[in-house]
Design a protein. Structure first.
Length: 310
């Protein structure tokens, strides 16, 4: 029996088909998928905070409506991804508690502050751009519910990226002060955006197994390079510089060379010591506690309905 289900799992991967919730999977596969999907869900939920910070101060009704829609999308992505983890037996409440107890990670990028409205544009352009670069290949990830979630999420991320770029284009056509604001935001977000792709391949404990299981389709360094290659021409069109003196086209490789990411900073941020880690987690904890009465009311309502149906 075990041999048969193992064979089914291996065949499914070999044929590049999707693993579905009822299929047998090795325990390591299940744990990896829950870890990755939960971290992704947490990132979407925590990721609402840096931009949410600007909703009340958006410079026009139009910008406010766009920003509100975008932050709501992030909430939707988070809930969608928590549902995907539940297909593998994870418990959403447990995952939320692990997040606020610091036992599960979320993306390093959301631990940086949003100092000006230009940050909203740069998050759309660079952060959502990096997210798309990382997530489009995950639409072919071997776990069906995750792969399908990625298709929808990537479509929305693409809208987010465009709104960011359009916002920056508008600011770059404005005053010198606005252009300076954009450049300052780019300077602050460029390196953290490169960190989003994870540690270098030589220091990435999960990549080899996740590639073998076809969960990941490319390594962290491959996707980081793809992002740099994609972004440099966009920066030129926008009229900003990227804060890397080593950034230059390498005709031999057919790619841009770029400088070394500050991996010590990355480790600090991932281990909870970034500029906003404590604030982000505390805010999430408060929201969870403040929402307790809603969860209780929903559960009571569901129990009452159940009773009346039976
Ligand atoms: N921020 C925080 N933690 C990170 C980051 C990061 N940018 N990159 C890697 N890590 C963590 C990994 O989760 C792993 O932690 P763990 O094993 O203790 O759980 C550890 O660092 C080592 O990294 P890898 O071995 O490279 O881990 P993995 O193979 O999972 O690759 C990656 C990391 C690329 C982030 C992968 O998990 C992934 O593609 N996830 C799905 C996309 C995602 O979560 N995006 C979130 C941000 S996008 C957004 O919300 C807009």
């Amino acid at each position: 029996m075990t041999a048969m289900v193992e064979e089914h799992f291996e065949h499914t991967l070999e044929k590049d088909q999707r693993i579905e919730p009822r299929d047998w999977v090795p325990e390591g596969y299940r744990k990896t998928m829950i870890r990755m999907m939960a971290q992704h869900a947490h990132s979407e939920i925590i990721g609402m905070q840096p931009e949410g910070n600007w909703i009340t101060r958006a410079p026009s009704l139009r910008r406010k409506a766009i920003l509100l829609a975008k932050v709501q999308d992030e909430a939707g992505h988070g809930l969608y991804l928590y549902s995907a983890t539940e297909t593998l037996g994870a418990d959403r409440t447990d995952l939320t508690e692990r997040l606020i107890d610091g036992k599960q990670k979320y993306s390093s990028i959301f631990n940086y502050p949003t100092l000006t409205f230009a940050d909203v544009g740069v998050i759309g352009w660079l952060v959502d751009g990096a997210a798309i670069c990382n997530q489009v290949p995950l639409c072919r990830s071997s776990y069906g519910p995750y792969a399908r979630a990625m298709i929808r999420i990537c479509k929305e991320e693409s809208f987010h990226q465009r709104q960011g770029y359009e916002l920056l284009m508008t600011m770059m056509k404005g005053t010198q002060a606005q252009r300076d604001m954009v450049q300052d935001a780019v300077n602050r977000w460029w390196w953290p955006s490169l960190m989003m792709f994870g540690p270098p391949d030589t220091d990435s404990p999960n990549t080899a197994q996740s590639m073998a299981w076809r969960i990941k389709r490319h390594t962290n360094d491959e996707l980081r390079q793809r992002f740099v290659d994609m972004t440099v021409p966009q920066a030129d069109i926008l009229g900003v510089t990227l804060p890397d003196p080593d950034l230059r086209w390498n005709a031999e490789r057919g790619h841009y060379d770029f400088g070394e990411v500050d991996w010590a900073e990355f480790k600090q941020v991932v281990s909870g010591n970034g500029p906003c880690n404590a604030q982000r987690v505390e805010h999430r904890r408060r929201a969870h506690e403040d929402g307790a009465w809603v969860r209780e009311a929903a559960a009571a309502h569901a129990a009452k309905r159940q009773g009346s149906i039976a």
